[in-house]
Every structure is written in structure tokens, then in C-alpha cells.
Design a binder for this molecule. Structure first.
Ligand code: C2E
Ligand code: CA
Ligand code: CA
Length: 556
């Protein structure tokens, strides 16, 4: 028995050692080189005694090392059992070669993980520079997945099957919360998150499909082998589930989530651009119906897309002529019902006389880059109107994400206050958590300069987003507005009063004023007053509309 094992061990050793075309060696868990064969010496130039005991990172470029690529590749091989790629590696003398690399996690008889087997092949001669260039042109440099063009090639290869009645599904994946993670934890962590997303999508795609990265935080899977409707739904749901699992990068945990739009060839498009268009429309639906879900393309989406383009066209026109109105909704002292000020709410009546809700058109204007311009009009108009009101009345103006991102917000606010003659303490800007998180650092800097002018800052819709304490602490806030969804729940018997109460307690702790919005019933008013939330807004007190002069003559 013992003799046999020595023989087979010897056989393996001879086999590995004598192979000259492949570098075959073992790595410890941390990437330390454990042994070395003739192929490895030939490919990389190091003798066994020069490299055994060193970390395999030295085969990578400086840039790859700085970006943590060697470590990441080990992690991926460990997690998924196998990892393969192509790319530039470096010899001892510093010269580069084009390598095909495979890493396998290895386990002992008890199943315990002990390290990695690595096989590298020098393909510099086999692959012409044209082919290497081609590989790079078809793959995403960060994740190693096929890019848009690469996916297109996979589609073309499978396409002939369609004429025999086969189907191909395109799952268009958009990450729901990548940007805030990237901004909060930094780009290096962001890159690692994208790589982890890529690996998870590869796992979901498995043997029946191919995952690719379309750019930014957009990915896709092409599903082959003529999947049935339920196969397709199963894969789409697997994608959402895989993206819902938290991603741990070092000390950080990222909760990303994803929305998926699905289109199927040939019925929803028989070439790749048409298929992308259909999947994109389905994705748009998934995102507008709450994200973190799957939607399949259907014909009605074409009409929706058409209506959207029409809306965009009309909105561009309205923005160029500032063809909007402001409605003012009172903020009142809940006890005395005295009006304390107003919130300016944007109104747009399009040329056909249809009134479009800001909840619908503000995101579109934002996407079209029209919001800085429209927002400036809102700010100027609201301040000018308020300057004509009784001097104790305040004016609250909603800010959009792009206004926060722009450089000159504080200058703009300062110059509008000066030109309208409105006292700074009468103005309050309302911001949402999602708008801030798009770029926390620059937003909090911008807000600080605005606050320094004496202008108030309210955190709007509190409780619906991240509701992070860190955010409340980091921003120069004066108020928190409790979202109306919590106020609406105050009618019931359940625990939503607890949410409201904890926000009120938070405000007390940080010396902020709690404002409740969306108050519609007497009961909501009473519960809020009993909880010491005194500033109220809602249909119970007044709907958005024009400000009547007697409104404040009555209260002045
Ligand atoms: P918001 O800032 O949370 O504004 C409050 C919304 O709640 C308004 O909807 C208002 O009409 C509505 N509302 C007020 N009281 C009640 C109530 O008692 N019950 C119910 N059910 N609703 C109530 P509106 O005017 O449709 O605005 C929707 C959103 O559009 C706003 O939410 C805000 O996020 C955005 N928006 C409005 N004007 C502007 C603006 O000038 N700039 C920006 N960036 N966003 C704006
Ligand atoms: Ca608001
Ligand atoms: Ca609000």
C-alpha cells in the first residue's frame, strides 16, 4: 500500500515537473509560492530557489498589484473553486507575456482548504497582437466579463439556433444602490463590489448563459439553450436574489440590490440592438415600480416609451421658457393653527392643458440635465414672492440632486437673497437623503456654505431612505421632515407611532426641529401634538395653492 502511494506521488511529481509548456505550481492560502516546475521556470525566468517562499504577486504589473488584482483572483478562486482569465504577466527580467491563467482551490482528503493550484500558459506566440487586442476589446478590464461588444458576439454565435425555433433571453441588470456605496466607501471598494457582482452573475448564468458588463453599474446575462418562460423567470429571480445578498468588502458591508428587465429573442427583437431596447424598456418599468424586481418586456412598453419621449420634448420646451408655476402649501403651528410659512411646490401645466405631477416630471428633468435651470427659477421665484409676504413667514424650497452637486449653489442662494431682499433666516432648503448620498462629501460642503449664509436646511422625506444617523450628524441640518407615509399610519393602532416618536427623539437629541407632513386627519394631529411634534403640514391645514394676502394678514 505504502509503496503504491509513493509511486503515484512520484509519478505526479515527475509529471508536473517535466511539463515544459505549462507553468504548474502550488500557492499557499495567501499566495506564497510553494513549489515550481520546469514550465514555470521557462515561462517566468525564476529558478525554484529564487521564487519558492515569495508571493505570486510579483508576476503581476504594478498597477494590478496596487488595485489588489492578485489577491482578488485568489479570493474568487477560493469562493467559486475555479478562476480563469487572460492577461499580461511579467517575467523575472521585467518583460511581459500574454498569459492564460487558471487557478483552482485545492482541498485535502478531509475537505479542508489548503491552497491553490495554478496553471499558466504563455500564449504570446500563439496569440497575435491582433488577437490579444481583440480579447481586450471584447472584455471589461475591471471584472474580466465580456463587455457590450463581447456579449454581442456571444449572441451572434448562438443566433442561428433561433431559425430552428430556439429562444435567447436577455436579462438587463441595473444595480439599485451602487452609486451611494461607491461614494461612501470609495472607488477601490466600489471596484471590488463590481467584481463580486460579476462573479455572482457568472454563477447565476452557469452553463446556460454568459454574464457581461455593459458599463458603470449595468450588467447583463444572455441565457441560451432555448429556455422556457419559467426557466427565464427562474434565472431573473436568481439574479435579484444574488444581488440582494449583502456584499462584504473588508470591514464594509454593501447592500446593493438590482432591478432586472427581460427581453426574449426572437419575439421581442431578433437582433441585439432591438433586444437591448426592449430589455431596457422592461428595466425602466422595473425601476419605476419600486426597483429590486423583475419585469418582462411587453408591447405596451413601446407606448410608454413613446409617451416618455413626448414628455421629454415638452419638458425641454417648458424649461427653455420657464413655463412653470409655484403652489404654496402652509406650514402651521399645530396647536394654534397659525401659519408659520410655506413650502414652494413646482407645478407644470403642459401646452395641452394637462397638469403633470412633479413626482413624475422632476426625475425626468433631472435625467435630462434641466434641473439646475428649473431649480434656479423655483428658488428665485419663491424668494421674490416670499419677500412680499409678512416678514415672519418662512419659505421652504425643494432642492434636487443636481443642484446640490453643482459648484455654485451657495453663491446662487446668496445672490438671490440679495436681489430679492429676503432675509436669509426666512429661507429654508429641503433636501432628500438620496440626493445627498449621490455625492456625500461635496453635498455636505455645499450645504455648509449655504448654512453659513444663515439659511435653514431641512432633511425631507425622513425615514424612507437610509435614515442614517451618521448623515444627520454630518450635515448642518436645522429640521427633519417626517415622511407622510409614517404620518398616514398614525391612524392605525400599530407601531408606526414608534417610528414617529423615535424621529422626534432623534430631533431632540440633535437640537433639530421635527416637522410632520401629510397630516390629513384630526387624529394624526392629536398624536403628533401629544408626541411634541408641533410644526405641521398637510391637507388638514391647507392644500398647495396660491398664497392669499389675507392668509398672513390673519396671522400677522
Ligand atoms: P415633497 O417635497 O415631499 O412635497 C410634499 C408633497 O406632498 C406635495 O406633492 C404635496 O402636495 C403633498 N402633500 C402635502 N400634504 C399632503 C397630504 O396631507 N396628503 C397627501 N397625500 N399629500 C400631501 P407634490 O406637489 O405632488 O410634490 C411631489 C414631490 O415633487 C415633492 O415631494 C418633491 O419631492 C418634488 N418637488 C416638488 N416641487 C419641487 C421643486 O421645486 N424642486 C424639486 N427638486 N422637487 C420638487
Ligand atoms: Ca419637500
Ligand atoms: Ca416630503
Amino acid at each position: 500500500m505504502a509503496k503504491k502511494s509513493i509511486t503515484s506521488e512520484l509519478m505526479y511529481r515527475l509529471l508536473v515537473q517535466s511539463v515544459k509548456d505549462y507553468a504548474i505550481y502550488l500557492l499557499a492560502e495567501d499566495g506564497t509560492v510553494l513549489n515550481w516546475n520546469a514550465g514555470a521556470q521557462r515561462a517566468k525566468g525564476y529558478k525554484a530557489e529564487e521564487i519558492v517562499g515569495k508571493n505570486y504577486e510579483c508576476f503581476y504589473s504594478k498597477k494590478d498589484r496596487e488595485q489588489g488584482v492578485p489577491r482578488r483572483n485568489l479570493e474568487l478562486a477560493r469562493r467559486y473553486g475555479h478562476f480563469a482569465t487572460e492577461g499580461w504577466r511579467y517575467r523575472q527580467d521585467g518583460t511581459a507575456f500574454w498569459a492564460s491563467v487558471a487557478l483552482d482551490a485545492i482541498h485535502d482528503e478531509d475537505g479542508d482548504f489548503i491552497g491553490f493550484a495554478k496553471v499558466t500558459r504563455d500564449l504570446t506566440d500563439q496569440r497575435s497582437s491582433e488577437q490579444r487586442f481583440r480579447f481586450q476589446a471584447l472584455h471589461d478590464g475591471l471584472t474580466g466579463l465580456p463587455n457590450r461588444v463581447g456579449l454581442g458576439e456571444h449572441f451572434e454565435i448562438q443566433f442561428p439556433q433561433i431559425t430552428y425555433g430556439s429562444r435567447i433571453a436577455l436579462h438587463y441588470v441595473d444595480l439599485d444602490r451602487f452609486k451611494p456605496v461607491n461614494d461612501m466607501f470609495g472607488h477601490l471598494v466600489g471596484d471590488e463590489v463590481l467584481c463580486e457582482v460579476a462573479r455572482r452573475l457568472e454563477t447565476v448564468a452557469g452553463l446556460h448563459g454568459v454574464a457581461g458588463r455593459l458599463g458603470g453599474d449595468e450588467f447583463a446575462i444572455l441565457q441560451f439553450n432555448s429556455p422556457s418562460q419559467s426557466d427565464i423567470a427562474a434565472m431573473a429571480n436568481d439574479i435579484v436574489a444574488a444581488m440582494n445578498r449583502p456584499i462584504e468588502i473588508g470591514a464594509h458591508t454593501a447592500n446593493i440590490g438590482a432591478s432586472v428587465g427581460v427581453a426574449i429573442a426572437p419575439q421581442d427583437g431578433d437582433e441585439i440592438p432591438a433586444l437591448y431596447r426592449s430589455a431596457d424598456q422592461a428595466l425602466y418599468r422595473a425601476k419605476s415600480e419600486g426597483r429590486n424586481c423583475v419585469r418582462f418586456y411587453d408591447m405596451s412598453m413601446n407606448e410608454v416609451a413613446l409617451a416618455r419621449s413626448l414628455l421629454e420634448l415638452k419638458l425641454r420646451h417648458a424649461a427653455s421658457t420657464c413655463d412653470f408655476q409655484l403652489a404654496y402649501q402652509p406650514l402651521v403651528d399645530g396647536r394654534s393653527q397659525e401659519i408659520l410659512g410655506y413650502e414652494a411646490l413646482l407645478r407644470w401645466v403642459d401646452q395641452t392643458g394637462v397638469s403633470v405631477s412633479p413626482a413624475e416630471f422632476v426625475p425626468v428633468a433631472e435625467k435630462l440635465g434641466l434641473m439646475p435651470q428649473i431649480g434656479e427659477w423655483v428658488l428665485r421665484t419663491a424668494c421674490r414672492d416670499a419677500a412680499a409676504w409678512a416678514p415672519h413667514l418662512t419659505i421652504a424650497v425643494n432642492l434636487s440632486a443636481t443642484q446640490l452637486r453643482g459648484e455654485g449653489l451657495a453663491d446662487l442662494v446668496g445672490s438671490i437673497l440679495a436681489s430679492t431682499g429676503l432675509a436669509a433666516h426666512r429661507l429654508e432648503l429641503e433636501i432628500t437623503e438620496t440626493a445627498i448620498l449621490e455625492d456625500l462629501e461635496s453635498a455636505s460642503g455645499t450645504l455648509r456654505s449655504v448654512r453659513d449664509l444663515g439659511v435653514g436646511i431641512a432633511l425631507d422625506d425622513f425615514g424612507t431612505g437610509f435614515s442614517s444617523l451618521a448623515l444627520v450628524r454630518a450635515l448642518p441640518l436645522t429640521r427633519i421632515k417626517i415622511d407622510r407615509s409614517f404620518v398616514a399610519d398614525l391612524d392605525g393602532e400599530d407601531g408606526c407611532a414608534a417610528v414617529v416618536q423615535s424621529v422626534i427623539a432623534l430631533c431632540r437629541g440633535y437640537n433639530l426641529t421635527a416637522v410632520a407632513e401629510g397630516i390629513e386627519t384630526e387624529r394624526q394631529r392629536e398624536v403628533l401634538l401629544a408626541s411634541d411634534c408641533l410644526i405641521h403640514q398637510g391637507f388638514l391645514y391647507g392644500r398647495p395653492g396660491p398664497v392669499e394676502i389675507e392668509d398672513f394678514q390673519r396671522t400677522a
